[in-house]
Design a protein around this ligand. Structure first.
Ligand SMILES: [Fe+2]
Length: 384
């Protein structure tokens, strides 16, 4: 998405006969968003990408809503969720609406099938761990702090090297960098907190010339389907274009600071229809001699605020820990807990690391999150 990229062998012109060494044709395949008007790539396969041997329903994914929907600020300790298992099948649903769905995955091994999301783009925030994202467009290695953006329709498989902890943000709409960071030519501007140098793209394209039965689990309308194809799905010899998985690290986000408190939009990392993703990173505090670095209390009208704490420190919160997740819904104010404002005055920096997701429609809490809820959190603003 961020810029034009090419990998492997492609013909000089698009839509011309591109032949294999044995004289046969490679199969050209356009993969693009927004009906031929959005970003796209052209891929060249060894075998027909349309050939499917069988299809069946694999499993439904109806996310159940928490039974106690009483309006309150909420805190979930995600470290308490079961670790291990499949990245695709053992994601724990946490929060969702029609624009975005947030879940936690803690895979420790690669799936023995491939995966394709046919209903949404995915942003994977790698909270800890490392591995390789294998995809139809090549291999992309990842490590802690990476955001991996996987546009819909791209067949991939995550290969964790050991235990991974990944916050999965699924978007019904197209995920991109904020428009205000880019000029009319798509380039990131000087005031953007990051630029093209901070993006990583698939760096190697292993070509798998293998026949046999290969399973692809495809997500569509909240169901998983199993498609069996007669060849390895990663049979692309080359591709080029603007549509591919890419990664950028939260540590490469250069914080914007000011003499007085800067509002959350300065921390914005991604935009998508119906929500934004912001990164709170270690930074110098406000430098006016009387500045209050902690945020003021605020009512985020027409926004539900979600924060995932990727570090056990966060300037305005107490009682949170690594892998905590808070939800501050519309309809009530929130802000620093007692003592946090005073404690922030005179401090010169923060080590906080957190991912914030602000949604414009109300979020529902999924039942699975209830098991790790901190029920004392709604009263944590009461003075002792
Ligand atoms: Fe807030």
């Amino acid at each position: 998405m961020p810029f034009y990229h090419r990998l492997g062998d492609i013909p000089k012109k698009r839509h011309v006969a591109f032949r294999k060494p044995d004289g046969g044709l490679y199969y050209e395949h356009l993969m693009g968003n927004m009906g031929f008007t959005g970003p796209s790539s052209l891929l060249y396969h060894l075998r027909l990408p349309t050939a499917v041997k069988s299809q069946s329903l694999f499993q439904g994914l109806q996310w159940e809503v928490d039974s106690d929907t009483t309006l309150r600020n909420r805190h979930f300790r995600l470290d308490g969720l079961k670790a291990g298992g499949s990245f695709t099948l053992n994601r724990v649903p946490l929060l969702f609406n029609s624009d975005v769905a947030i879940s936690m995955a803690r895979p420790d091994k690669a799936d023995d099938f491939f995966y394709r999301n046919g209903q949404g783009d995915e942003i994977l925030y790698v909270s800890d761990g490392e591995g390789v994202l294998e995809s139809i467009m090549g291999d992309l290695s990842y490590s802690s702090g990476d955001y991996i953006v996987i546009p819909r329709g791209i067949t991939y498989r995550l290969k964790p090297a050991g235990a991974n902890r990944i916050l999965v943000i699924e978007s019904a709409g197209f995920v991109e960098t904020p428009k205000r960071y880019r000029n009319d030519y798509g380039q990131h501007l000087e005031h953007s907190p990051y630029c093209e140098r901070d993006f990583r793209v698939p760096e190697a394209l292993p070509v798998h010339d293998e026949v046999g039965d290969f399973r692809i689990v495809v997500k569509r309308e909240n169901r998983l389907y199993e498609h069996v194809i007669g060849h390895h799905p990663f049979d692309v010899v080359g591709w080029d274009g603007h549509y591919y998985p890419w990664a950028t690290n939260i540590e490469d986000f250069e914080p914007i600071v000011g003499r007085l408190h800067q509002p959350p939009p300065v921390h914005q990392h991604f935009q998508a229809p119906g929500f934004v993703v912001c990164s709170f990173v270690p930074r110098l505090y406000d430098f006016h001699p009387e500045a209050v670095p902690a945020p003021y209390n605020h009512s985020n009208v027409m926004t539900d605020e979600v924060i995932y704490y990727a570090h056990d420190k966060f300037m305005s919160r107490k009682g949170i820990e690594y892998a905590s997740l808070t939800l501050h819904p519309d309809g009530m104010p929130h802000g620093p807990q007692p003592g946090r404002i005073e404690a922030s005055i005179g401090k010169d920096r923060t080590e906080e690391l957190a991912v914030m997701i602000d949604t414009f429609k109300p979020l529902r809490v999924a039942k699975g999150a209830q098991d790790v809820e901190d029920v004392a959190y709604p009263q944590s603003w009461l003075e002792e």
